[in-house]
Design a protein around this ligand. Structure first.
Ligand SMILES: *Cc1c(COP(=O)(O)O)cnc(C)c1O
Length: 489
């Protein structure tokens, strides 16, 4: 940090003094101030060169510097505004002035030009090796040894018998519905508080989603709402073909309770563990409780293949059928013969190579994300309006995204306002998922709430998630905490 007094000059000072001051600071910039310390303009090497060329001697004074309006910003200016101004004027420094017109500090582009993103890819040491191996052996095209190994290695990590590597988590959900024979006119229950990719495949299959509320304990599917939906479905003689249970923000749903209900009605669960790879429920890997589980390796997830997904199950026949359907459902015949509708949903051998490398650092990534969540909790412990996403005793959450809600009895500020204020400081926070039953696309479908008042609506209205990337630096983490303190205190 430069001291303002070390770079302040006045019109009575000599060119020589100014030049030697410039020489001592790395900034390339002096501040011309009047007797009261009020800022007048900036002075650069070029300004002094021009004075010399116009005939002023090196021991002459700065008095002849023309009066110009230098660009300044006021103390409350956001990082985003300041950076926009620097970009527009092609400058790297901006003096910040107070009400008295005095410079209080200098904004340096290098220091402020840093966007903090929500969740970015975080590569380890081994990904390139696996990808290079694929190049060396020309296993570029779909399938190959990386795909087989990635499936096996992931299955081992989550302790399940079989896995099929696919092009996305969405493709995995779609195949799961196909495998459970979901078709035209069937009902599928689905958590409402989730990303649209959980529910869209229900529509791909011509089936009808029924959305289920969350509970406050885990933010995941409410057993009470699920039971209500089953009672209704039974009363109209249309039990669902499947229940899609979503594990939000790195946390498992209360699987034993949900399984007990589904088993009572003999309806299988598809566990959408796109966000919960690495999490545990009662000590066992999230994603392995349903008849079928799915994971995502999209770019923002806890580990990534740039894009990809996995379908897992302990049922060999299901996973083999998933692989078959994902490779265009080609019958075993010498010619191209098809008796079922297939898809091009397999993961390529290149991307599976990235996945193998990422899997090696999964536990590190989980620990980093949990540490980030704890740092937020500690750094903001005194802020009464924040309620952190709860973690029930049976849950080991990865805290894929650090999520919180604001207590409206403690603060007037809304989640959306916090997101906007952080954005102006170049920090990317997001509202929580907007529940599916509130989406225009799904507005005609049935919804069962936990209580008279919908829990997911409340969580959505007051919630946000914070930057949570496992590669976020400690100083960036502190920056987010500091900004949140300014906004919420
Ligand atoms: C990311 C995500 C998906 C979709 O995964 P993709 O690999 O992006 O297709 C599905 N469900 C949830 C809950 C997700 O967060």
């Amino acid at each position: 940090m430069v001291e303002i007094k070390d770079i302040s000059v006045n019109r009575k000072m000599s060119l020589r003094t100014a030049l030697s001051m410039l020489d001592r600071t790395a900034l390339g910039l002096l501040l011309l101030v009047d007797e009261d310390g009020k800022f007048e303009r900036t002075v650069t090497d070029g300004d002094i060169r021009r004075l010399l060329l116009s005939g002023v001697q090196i021991d002459g004074v700065l008095d002849l510097l023309p009066s110009i309006q230098s660009l300044v910003v006021s103390d409350g200016t956001s990082r985003r505004e300041a950076l926009n101004l620097m970009n527009e004027k092609v400058i790297n420094h901006l003096p910040v002035i107070n009400e008295l017109g005095q410079v209080v500090r200098i904004l340096d582009r290098k220091e402020i030009d840093g966007q903090i993103l929500l969740s970015t890819p975080h590569m380890g040491q081994n990904e390139k090796e696996f990808v290079e191996e694929a190049f060396r052996t020309n296993w570029i095209a779909p399938l190959g040894p990386n795909v087989d190994a990635f499936e096996k290695e992931l299955a081992d990590v989550v302790d399940i018998k079989f896995a099929a590597a696919l092009s996305s988590g969405t493709a995995a959900i779609h195949l799961a519905l196909r495998l459970l024979d979901v078709g035209q006119g069937d009902l599928v229950f689905c958590s409402t508080l989730t990303f649209a990719a959980s529910a869209n495949p229900i529509i791909y299959q011509g089936a009808e989603p029924v959305f289920i509320d969350s509970d406050l304990e885990s933010w995941n599917m409410s057993a009470i709402a699920l039971e209500k939906a089953f009672v209704w479905a039974e009363s109209i003689g249309r039990l669902p073909k499947a229940v899609i249970v979503v594990n939000l923000y790195g946390q498992s749903a209360d699987m034993d309770t949900l399984l007990a209900i589904c088993n009572k009605y003999s309806v299988p669960i598809i566990e959408d563990a796109a966000e919960s790879l690495g999490a545990k429920y009662k000590g066992k890997a999230s994603g392995t409780f349903g008849k079928i589980g799915i994971y995502s390796f999209n770019g923002n997830k806890i580990i990534t293949t740039s894009g990809g997904g996995m379908l897992v199950s302990n049922d060999r026949a299901l996973v083999e059928k998933a692989r078959f359907l994902a490779t265009q459902a080609r019958d075993p015949a010498p010619h191209y013969q098809h008796s079922q509708l297939g898809y091009n949903y397999r993961m390529s051998n290149i991307l599976a190579g990235i996945g193998r490398g990422q899997l090696k650092v999964l536990q590190d990534r989980v620990e980093s994300r949990r540490a980030i969540f704890n740092a937020y909790k500690e750094g903001l412990a005194d802020i009464k309006s924040i309620e952190w996403m709860p973690e029930p005793s049976w849950s080991y959450s990865t805290h894929w995204l650090s999520a919180l809600t604001l207590d409206p009895s403690q603060t007037k500020i809304t989640g959306m306002e916090v997101v906007q204020r952080l954005a102006s400081e170049m920090i990317e926070a997001r509202p929580l998922w907007k529940p599916m039953h509130l989406q225009p696309l799904f507005s005609q479908y049935k919804y069962f709430s936990h209580d008279l008042k919908s829990i997911s609506d409340q969580i959505f209205e007051m919630g946000i998630c914070l930057p949570s990337g496992s590669n976020m630096s400690a100083s960036n983490l502190n920056r987010v905490i500091e900004e949140l303190r300014k906004i919420l205190i």
